[in-house]
Design a protein around this ligand. Structure first.
Ligand code: SAM
Length: 233
């Protein structure tokens, strides 16, 4: 992968970014995503935010190699703290990290007034997509698109959300499986949830064998397993 040929996963994220966006790509690593979009003249401006020095330096090198310094600003720091008011960010992308971290970054950003709540969000959690969807609902966002793909034996979900006039009430099924993905039921979606059903089944069997079985947790997992079985039948 590089900033000319993105991975399939990052390409989906890129395709969700609207023309003329002012982008904050948080956890940018090599800054491939903002550099790709800047080279294709698809965005007006981007901040590539990175918390770790190595990936930050990779991003600095990539931007300088491509002479994109006037469009892509690389900044070292935690989450949305790297943003400035004058950046006028319209879109935030966070890809390749866990759902709970995405939620923390967005929540801290809100507390610190680093985001207005009007930005388009494009999120690719590596795990725990449910946490992300639940947070989006709480923040009065509407999920407007979702994609599920398999790349290098890993399955990824990409979620695009926009601020909504009316609060969306997502069901447990929507939160767990995704409102679009659960309707589409692509082959890779069935593959993911068949594997999750097996894992959940195994965990349940182990929990039931324990000397002091946690009946609350067992009940929750049984409900979840029923939902999964219903979804993939
Ligand atoms: N976004 C790229 C992608 O999807 O290919 C890179 C993903 S990489 C697996 C995750 C990056 O997020 C790492 O470079 C890591 O240092 C960075 N990161 C983790 N927590 C962060 C935070 N709180 N703020 C900014 N960057 C963070």
């Amino acid at each position: 992968m590089n900033s000319v040929n993105l991975s399939e996963r990052l390409q989906v994220v890129a395709d969700y970014v609207e023309e003329g966006a002012r982008l904050a790509d948080i956890g940018s690593d090599h800054a491939y995503l903002p550099c790709y979009l800047a080279q294709n003249k698809h965005i007006d401006f981007a901040v590539a935010g990175e918390i770790v020095e190595g990936p930050y330096l990779n991003a600095v090198n990539e931007v300088s190699k491509l002479h994109l310094e006037e469009i892509v600003a690389v900044r070292l720091g935690d989450g949305l703290r790297v943003l400035k008011e004058e950046d006028h960010i319209t879109t935030i992308t966070i890809a390749g990290v866990g759902g709970p971290l995405i939620k923390r970054i967005l929540e801290e950003g809100k507390q610190l007034k680093k985001r207005s709540g009007q930005e388009t969000l494009i999120l690719q959690p590596n795990v725990n997509e449910r946490t992300v969807r639940q947070y989006l609902m709480k923040e009065e966002y509407e999920i407007v698109a979702e994609t599920i793909i398999e790349e290098n034996d890993k399955i990824y979900e990409i979620i695009k959300a926009k601020t909504s006039e009316t609060r969306q009430e997502y069901s447990e099924k929507d939160l767990l499986f995704g409102p679009f993905l659960s309707k589409e039921k692509a082959l890779v979606f069935i593959k993911k949830w068949s594997s999750e059903a097996q894992k959940t089944n195994y965990i349940l069997e182990q929990m039931k064998k324990a000397d002091q079985a946690d009946s609350v947790k067992i009940g929750e997992l049984e409900t979840q397993l029923d939902l999964i079985k219903e979804m993939i039948k």
